[in-house]
Design a protein around this ligand. Sequence first.
Ligand code: UDP
Length: 455
Amino acid sequence: MSIPHVLAIPFPAQGHVIPLMEVSKRLVDRGIRVTFVNTDFVHKRVIDALTDKDFLGDSIHLVSIPDGLGPGEDRNDLGLLAEAMFQVMPGKLAELIRKTEEKEGEKITCVLADGSMEWALEVAHKMNIPKAAFWPASVALFASGLSIPKMISDGIINDEGVAIKHQKFQLAPGMPDMSPANLTWACIGDVATQKIIFNVMVRVIKSMELADWFIGNTSCDLEPAALAFAHRVLPIGPLLANHHLDSSAGYFWPEDSDCLIWLDQQAPKSVIYVAFGSFTVFDQTQFQELALGLELSQRPFLWVVRPDTTEERDDAYPKGFKERISGRGKLVGWAPQQKVLAHPAIACFVSHCGWNSTMEGASNGIPFLCWPYFADQFIDENYICDLWRVGLGFNRDESGIIRREEIKRKVDQLLDDANFGKRASDIKEKLAKGIVEGGESHKNFSNFVQWMKAL
Ligand code: UDP
């Protein structure tokens, strides 16, 4: 019997590539071959960030196809990117599948596509290839997409996704509060981008029917109500790096591992870890206020400042800041975040609440300070603060800035109240049980693999 061969296609963003790569590595652990299809642009970043120690073996083959944008176009403009991809990528993907099958002399067993790329499922459908969708965000986000027709008929949004009402609402008891202005598509970019993303969401939800399997990086312990609402999604998370392949392939920036050595020198549960994922950018005032807040906290901190975090390249920090915090504060361009969050020195996580960061913090029992930036991060904040009660949000002043005093106040409030840490530890324990033999996520993944092997 031949070895099953999966073609995995992530959406070209860091928070999508990492978890699908984790799924791929788990598939390899179970004896399945994977061809991992990035866009040319992402492929180059992934290859450039690889180091000698990154090992993928023969089982994951990294390939790429064009995303439809020109070399200088802004790939952080998600509307522009989504439209270009939709025009160009289906044809390129079909061609790639044909060529791969010709070369290998056998069929692709299954296309495993990011749930936000319904067109990839359609390509597979037309080519008669079994197909699975992978949802890397919260199921609450998916449920909000499922509810679009109802939200329109209830007069909450119009048929372009724009908020008509402003009161918060819940899709079902036990699900996060949503406010019409904070629906995912309503907090991405300008009005034109919001319309595009809304339409993508509508398309995504419609074509999900096509997927033979629908797996998600979540857990029934974290999202029981959302999973009951959107019952097609089978949780297989949290997808932390616990497979046999020792590789950080899939990361867009090379990681600075020195910070782990620095963490070794810090007292247990003393360090504030500050990281905002791959998209968040700050204007100069907010960036400086954050720096001064960390300084004011008087606690050790590890702060990830990506090279593109602010527009100001040379002198983004407050005057004298680096000298004053030297020894107590560590700045890095990109951290090995999963290892950082698992380190005993970490006390709390100042996070933008991207779903991966949320899952990683929760799996390590770390309490949060929530600083959502865009898209679904407001839903995740609601989970963290109101449903799991393992974190606090920040208040902004009248000009929309989170001030240094507010940062210090919330750090103290979080760390002085042992209940946050206690609840976070309880969640960590539950999540750990879900991914080992006998746990729900483990069982779902095993069934998925069995299905694939029987194709
Ligand atoms: N990440 C990392 N090092 C960093 C910052 C982030 O490895 O310094 C990883 C993080 O562990 C997570 C991903 O990048 O897996 C970010 O995904 P998330 O969904 O949290 O945010 P996004 O980048 O999509 O906004």
